[in-house]
Write a protein that binds this ligand. Structure first.
Ligand code: 13P
Length: 246
């Protein structure tokens, strides 16, 4: 049985003070029978970790650089993130692909770098509205997955988390139907089976993200191939408690 995982992606929201206040309010109310994590702005990483010490809630970042260290002004290395005490790193979020030009190949290098420094990469994939309308969703998702996992051996792949986030459902209030979400998450699992075999496919966790809220979470998370959620807007409010309980 795969343990459910609910991850809040705060994006570029919450100052350090707001982080401390929010986590103090929420930490005891979150249902710990599922895995729960927050991917916070890098500047708040340490205070988020300190706010949650002794509490079983993971902390991660929203992006890492693909190199160990060097002259990459403004970037953060996976090694630094790990040293600060993080567990997760989002990799290839559609906003990174869209606004910062991250390609599938780049996402792959970042995933490899996360694994190298013992962070769990949450590898994000998803199609735009136009791509869905063109009927190329399956083809595109398979391609994104196959490239993201290049040169990642089975023993590392099994530890990764995948998040299916249809771009048209992010921040739009337009959630994919449970059937649409399940269909793509199933396809992702089949693609992992093609790459690594049945055991890995059955163990790897696949999340759905895109306008998840307290009213739709339960139904989405009850689907066979959806092992939890990657939650944006609703992870910034106390509503997130109800999502983790779903
Ligand atoms: P929303 O939940 O705000 O739609 O964002 C989803 C997302 O991008 C999480 O990574």
């Amino acid at each position: 049985m795969r343990k459910k995982l609910v991850v809040g992606n705060w994006k570029m929201n919450m100052t350090i003070s707001e982080t401390k206040d929010f986590l103090a309010q929420i930490k005891d109310k979150i249902d710990k029978k599922n895995d729960v994590a927050f991917c916070v702005p890098t500047i708040s990483l340490e205070s988020a970790i300190l706010s949650l010490k002794d509490i079983d809630i993971g902390i991660g970042v929203q992006n890492i650089h693909e190199k160990d260290s060097g002259a990459y002004t403004g970037e953060t290395a996976a090694k630094m993130v790990k040293d600060a005490g993080a567990t997760y790193a989002l990799v290839g979020h559609s906003e990174r692909r869209q606004y910062f030009g991250e390609t599938c190949e780049w996402v792959n290098l970042k995933a490899i770098q996360a694994i190298k420094h013992d962070l769990i990469p949450i590898i994000c994939v998803g199609e735009t509205e136009t791509e869905r309308e063109q009927g190329i969703t399956s083809e595109l998702i398979k391609k994104q997955i196959k490239i993201a996992f290049l040169n990642i051996p089975n023993e590392d792949a099994i530890k990764c988390v995948i998040a299916y986030e249809p771009v048209w459902a992010i921040g739009t209030g337009k959630t994919a139907t449970t059937e649409q979400a399940e269909e793509v998450c199933k396809l992702i699992r089949e693609t992992i089976e093609e790459l690594y075999g049945l055991e890995t496919a059955q163990k790897i966790r696949i999340l759905y993200g895109g306008s998840v809220n307290a009213s739709n979470a339960k139904e989405l998370f009850s689907m066979e191939n959806i092992d939890g959620g990657l939650v944006g807007g609703a992870s910034l409010s106390l509503d997130f408690i109800n999502i983790t309980n779903a």
